[in-house]
Design a protein around this ligand. Structure first.
Ligand SMILES: [Ca+2]
Ligand SMILES: [Ca+2]
Ligand SMILES: [Ca+2]
Length: 196
């Protein structure tokens, strides 16, 4: 991924301990060299579970999406750190609370435009309830606005110990499909999203 739009690939990872969370960013110096951890974003007060990188506000610059455990309710809160390619500064710009989702240790977040309106939406796979939830992004002006989370019905139980979730258009119908990977084996389950 290229966080500062200089055509050189950059690296980003999340390190967590019991008391701290840090996003480490290394910017590419050329096509062959990447400096380690030029930048660290300290999320010390947050109970961070997962990091996702996507252009949530559609300005052509990648942003950081942080899945955090809300300190009062324990539910999932996604915080948005909006990137600026020129300054390489990430500014926290709004968040969204998802009260339906509180099993954060077994929750997987993915972002993609699922309905083709060019706005990035949020998708969750909840291992506990064995279901998928979608948050459709309505707008991102000063801060992001989403519709309430809706549960996506799948035929039968997912019956899967979810390790990861991602979206790709597997059957080339122009609609993204959901791929869930199982923790316990290398097998994947694919769910086609219909009627989006
Ligand atoms: Ca770069
Ligand atoms: Ca952006
Ligand atoms: Ca969308």
């Amino acid at each position: 991924m290229d966080l500062d739009n200089d055509t050189y690939y950059d690296g980003v990872n999340l390190t967590r301990t019991k008391k701290a969370a840090l996003i480490n960013i290394s910017y590419g110096l050329s096509n062959f060299k990447q400096e380690r951890f030029q930048k660290a974003i300290d999320l010390q007060s947050l109970d961070v579970q997962q990091l996702q990188v996507d252009d949530i506000n559609g300005d052509g610059v990648l942003d950081l999406l942080v899945l955090d455990k809300d300190s009062s309710s324990g539910a999932a809160r996604i915080r948005f750190f909006v990137g600026n390619a020129g300054s390489r500064i990430f500014t926290e710009t709004g968040s969204v609370l998802v009260p339906q989702l509180s099993n954060l240790e077994n929750l997987r977040l993915y972002s993609a435009d699922l309905n083709g309106d060019s706005k990035v939406d949020l998708l969750f796979a909840d291992d506990l309830s064995q279901s998928l939830y979608l948050l459709n992004q309505i707008s991102f002006a000063a801060s992001p606005v989403f519709e309430d989370a809706i549960q996506i019905s799948v035929s039968g139980s997912l019956s899967i110990d979810i390790r990861s979730i991602e979206c790709r258009d597997l059957n080339a119908d122009g609609k993204p499909d959901v791929i869930l990977k199982d923790k316990s084996s290398s097998s994947s389950k694919v769910f086609y999203l219909l009627g989006q």
